[in-house]
Design a protein around this ligand. Structure first.
Ligand SMILES: [Zn+2]
Length: 230
């Protein structure tokens, strides 16, 4: 009786850390599978399957802002499985899944030369409402693999999102320029930063963040997202 109870407790503890069903198809996972079964994992649209991956990702910022390198794991399209995965993380609080995917993303990123990982911050109001920042979770997964420190203090979000209503280029720039506030320029001098976000679509938010950073002397920026629309 007691042994059975202990076994149950042990199993439910394990389930918290290693949920035993696939997050996509709900089939039971084998001991060598984590979060996503091998079949679903195989079917995901990996960007690394594209020979033009690196160029396509870097092109997203051409003529906009000077970015050293862009890394992303999946091709994002409306309605594809990747959108479902991102929804699971954001709205169903699949925090361990986010970290796990962050670790997988890290496999695409060379460690050498990176000084700091900066997750795109949420506005404090939004952070309170959601309870976590998905970019921070992904960043933790990357940190686990690369051992590069995460910094969440130097870049703050002071505004929600770029407004969709402004029309002129100047207005748009003024609008995005004030989303982020960078506090201590000295600490960012001559550093190579890795900006982390969940998904890269228009790139407007990331662009606003990068623009605040690359004005700092010797500061270089790379970007890593779980998914990108290319
Ligand atoms: Zn599955």
């Amino acid at each position: 009786m007691l042994i059975n109870q202990l076994r149950q407790i042990a199993q439910s503890t394990l389930d918290v850390f290693y949920p035993n069903q696939c997050e996509i198809c709900s089939s039971d996972l084998n001991f060598n599978e984590q979060y996503i079964c091998l079949k679903c994992s195989y079917d995901l649209p990996y960007l690394s399957n594209l020979s033009t991956q690196t160029e396509s990702l870097n092109k997203l910022f051409w003529g906009r802002v000077d970015v050293h390198q862009v890394y992303s794991l999946f091709n994002y399209q409306k309605g594809n499985q990747v959108q479902d995965l991102l929804h699971l993380i954001k709205y169903q609080k699949k925090t361990k899944l986010a970290e796990h995917l962050g670790e997988r993303l890290a496999e695409e990123i060379p460690k050498s030369g990176l000084d700091m990982i900066i997750p795109i911050p949420l506005h404090p109001k939004k952070l309170r409402k959601r309870g976590f920042n998905q970019s921070t979770l992904i960043a933790r997964g990357i940190h686990k693999r690369l051992q590069v420190p995460i910094n969440e203090k130097l870049v703050k979000r002071v505004k929600h999102n770029p407004s969709q209503t402004t029309v002129s280029k100047y207005d748009r720039w003024e609008n995005v320029r004030s989303i982020f506030d960078v506090s201590d320029h000295e600490k960012l001098k001559n550093k190579h930063l890795l900006i982390v976000d969940d998904v890269l679509t228009t790139g407007a938010t990331i662009e606003a963040c990068v623009k605040q950073l690359i004005g700092i002397e010797g500061c270089k920026v790379s970007i890593a997202t779980l998914a990108a629309r290319i």
